[in-house]
Write a protein that binds this ligand. Structure first.
Ligand code: C5P
Length: 214
């Protein structure tokens, strides 16, 4: 029997950190599905191909190897922007979703985070969390992250980027970002990661206790 935790939400809401904490705590596999879309975008950029070259994006999607996703390379801001452009193509999504589902089925189960995990990839997930925070808080966190590694950035530009990415992810026709009807909502605007972890843990432990009773 596998156990699946689906975590969705907009960019910068803290779902990546939360997913890592939960995977460690419950000893589950972990997949940041954003990296799969980033890998496709990165392959196109590397070959100087336009992001709307759907057949090249499909080929790149087929070549994505979940065991070889290089976060250091793929985490660049520009790659995230580009990922949200290739993520609108249904055929690209289908190829990646299949790989993500296979990953989720591998024992003992997994924590997957992304935009459509609870709605499309794992609609039968044991636990669904939808993690949000206001756009301003997410921009502030991103700014602090950039500054903590010695970089500098402009708050209003970051905020504009975040709002644009939200619109693209929530507005697309195929698998738009939205909470599954049975998702637990976690607003981290005024919550530190530890508090978000404890809130998620309470929800999951409750579900596990009920499951053990049946
Ligand atoms: O989460 P991350 O910022 O790495 O995701 C990059 C982009 O990939 C998102 O803006 C979104 O467009 C796309 N994505 C998606 N479905 C997922 C994960 C990410 O469409 N499950």
């Amino acid at each position: 029997m596998t156990f699946t935790i689906a975590i969705d939400g907009p960019a910068g809401a803290g779902k990546g950190t939360l997913a890592r904490r939960l995977a460690d705590h419950y000893r589950l596999n972990l997949l940041d599905t954003g990296l799969t879309y980033r890998a496709v975008a990165h392959a196109l950029i590397q070959h100087a191909l336009p992001l709307d070259n759907v057949s090249a994006a499909e080929t790149a999607a087929r070549q994505v190897d979940l065991a070889k996703l290089d976060r250091a390379v793929l985490s660049a801001h520009a790659v995230g922007e580009a990922a949200s452009k290739v993520a609108v193509y249904p055929t690209v999504r289908r190829i990646l979703v299949e790989k993500q589902r296979d990953f989720a089925k591998t024992p003992p189960g997994a924590v997957l985070d992304g935009r459509d995990i609870g709605t499309v990839v794992c609609p039968d997930a044991d636990i669904k969390l939808y993690v949000t925070a206001s756009a301003e808080v997410r921009a502030q966190r991103r700014l602090a992250e950039i500054e903590s590694i010695g970089g500098s950035a402009n708050f209003s530009e970051i905020l504009a980027d975040i709002v644009r990415r939200d619109e693209r992810d929530m507005g697309r026709a195929d698998s738009p970002l939205k909470p599954a009807t049975d998702a637990h909502l976690l607003d981290t605007s005024e919550m530190a990661i530890e508090a978000a972890f404890l809130a998620a843990k309470a929800i999951i432990d409750d579900a596990l206790a009920k499951r053990d009773k049946v």
